[in-house]
Each structure stands twice: as C-alpha cells, then as structure tokens.
Design a protein around this ligand. Structure first.
Ligand code: MF3
Ligand code: CO
Ligand code: CO
Length: 286
C-alpha cells in the first residue's frame, strides 16, 4: 500500500479551515430540506455557498483515474436506494424520503469531506432505524480511532453496530485518506476484524463514511457511470466525517458547530456523544 502521509502542522490549519467550511455548508443545507425541493436546487445552494467562501466544490468535474466521465455537479445527493454519488437533477424530494448530502470543499489547497443523511418530513420506522444506525455506526468507528489502533478496529466497530441491528455494511466503497488530494491512501473499510489491518498513527487524516443498507450489502452502478444503488433497491443511509488521528483518539475535523436540521434535530434521532455541543466544546478548547 502507498505510504500514508502525516500532515504537517501548517497544512493541518488549512485542512481544519476547509473541513469547517464543509461542516458549515451542511448546517446551511439542513433547513432547506423539504418535500418539493429538487436535488438541482440543493446543488445550487452548495455550489453558491462554497464558491462564495473562497473554495471550490471538489466533486465538480472530478474524474478519478479510470472513470469514464467526470462528475458533473458540485455535490452528491443520494436519495433512498442510492448508496452514494447521486447526481443532482430534476428529481424532487418527497415526504418520507431520506437523502444524503455529501459536501467536499477545496479550500486553502485542502479537501474537507463530510456528509449527513437528512429526513424529508417523517419517514417510516424502518427508515428512521436505518438512518440512526448509520449515524451510530460512524460514531462507533470514530470512537475506535487512536494512535496505534488498526484499521480493522474501525471496520469491526462499524460492522457490529450495523449488523447488530440487522442491517448490512456496503463493502464496495470505502473511506479514504484526504487532504491535499480528494482520495488517497489509506483505504478505510467499514467492515473488518479487530487487531487486523494497517496500524494508524497520530497525524494521519482520513474519512470514515459507512454506507448501511436495509437489505443486502450488494451495490450496482447505473448507466450514468456514477450513481450507485443497492442491488436489491432497499434503502441505504450514510454519514461521513474527516478525522485527524491523535495520540489519545481523534479530532473530528468536520464536526459541526451546531445541529444539522432535519437530521440531528428530530426527536427520534440519537445524536451520538461525539455529536453533542458539549463534545464539540471539548474538541475546541478556548
Ligand atoms: N464525497 C465522496 C466521498 O466521500 C466522493 C464523491 S466523488 C464525486 O468520497 F465525484 F462523486 F463527487
Ligand atoms: Co469521502
Ligand atoms: Co464525501
């Protein structure tokens, strides 16, 4: 596997700024989520916010090596059975839908990558349980991070939460190193065995972004070469943070200085300990 970078202190400050911009963008989007809104409208909100803040929306025209065509929009919007990489368009949000909005900002030479699954009105009990499990699985993955731990510890923690509640973990898409490049080493699987895999070290920066399915774990790529759906067309939910590994744990670089409306504000949402205002204050002393 390619060498995993340790971010310098100077670059870390730039990375923090980019990640906080991405987090702020999700706080801006939350209140706009409602039935009747098109994903193109979400795209415009994100594009305008990012470009107004001295940043570039990393997805726009992004073309990883081997991809047949660049991603055509500024944000990924993934509704219901869409696992990830949904392309904004004319599809409207309907009451009861769930929609993941995945924002990546390129700011001060660094990519900040984070996503939230939002509720459109009140979805089914199954959908609520799936989304809250995805949220909890990311929190569990984050809690497994510290200098000297292994990548398998993160995957195992996520898998236990998801499978423990009867859901499945997508294996075809993974978290990734992030910073001066959008996607770099290491690959961060959302399944695995404790004690297995590469050791993680203080100073590494990567995303954790579990995709959890109501049905089976299999995925399918649509003809647009980007949209990933569940093979069985069951619901899928995802949350993502960019994190910095520290000696004792990690800093959630994309932690939000507020509550993501239409997701964390719902009475049925289980905002994890790392998502609370108190936890945020603890990570931002002074
Ligand atoms: N933000 C996604 C991730 O978490 C990647 C999107 S690539 C795009 O890694 F081209 F679809 F935007
Ligand atoms: Co990512
Ligand atoms: Co992302």
């Amino acid at each position: 596997m390619a060498q995993v970078e340790i971010m310098s202190a100077a670059n870390l400050e730039k990375m923090r700024a980019s990640c906080q911009l991405a987090a702020q963008c999700l706080l801006m989007v939350g209140p706009k989520i409602r039935a009747g809104v098109t994903t193109d409208e979400i795209n415009k909100l994100v594009h305008d916010f990012v470009t107004a803040n001295d940043a570039y929306p990393s997805p726009l025209n992004y073309r990883p090596s081997g991809a047949p065509r660049p991603f055509p929009k500024s944000v990924c919007t993934s509704i219901n059975e869409v696992v990830c990489h949904g392309i904004p368009g004319k599809r409207t949000l309907n009451h009861g839908d769930i929609v993941n909005v995945d924002v990546t900002t390129y700011h001060k030479g660094h990519h900040g990558d984070t996503s939230v699954t939002f509720y459109v009105g009140e979805p089914s009990e199954q959908a609520k349980k799936l989304v809250e499990t995805a949220r909890a699985s990311l929190e569990a993955g984050i809690a497994a991070v510290k200098d000297g731990a292994r990548l398998g510890d993160i995957g195992a923690a996520i898998q236990e939460v998801a499978e423990g509640r009867g859901f499945s973990v997508v294996e075809d898409y993974v978290g990734h190193g992030v910073g001066r490049e959008f996607h770099m080493a290491p690959q961060v699987r959302h399944f695995g065995k404790r004690g297995a895999g590469e050791r993680i070290r203080a100073g590494m920066v990567f995303t954790i972004e579990p995709m959890i399915n109501l049905g089976k774990k299999g995925t399918e790529l649509l003809d647009d070469d980007w949209t990933v759906v569940t093979q069985d067309r069951s619901l899928s939910a995802q949350f993502e943070h960019s994190i910095l590994v520290t000696k004792t744990g990690c800093e959630v670089l994309t932690s939000r200085p507020g509550i993501a409306m239409n997701s964390e504000d719902k009475e049925w949402s289980e905002v994890g300990p790392l998502g609370t205002a108190a936890a945020f204050a603890a990570r931002h002393p002074g």
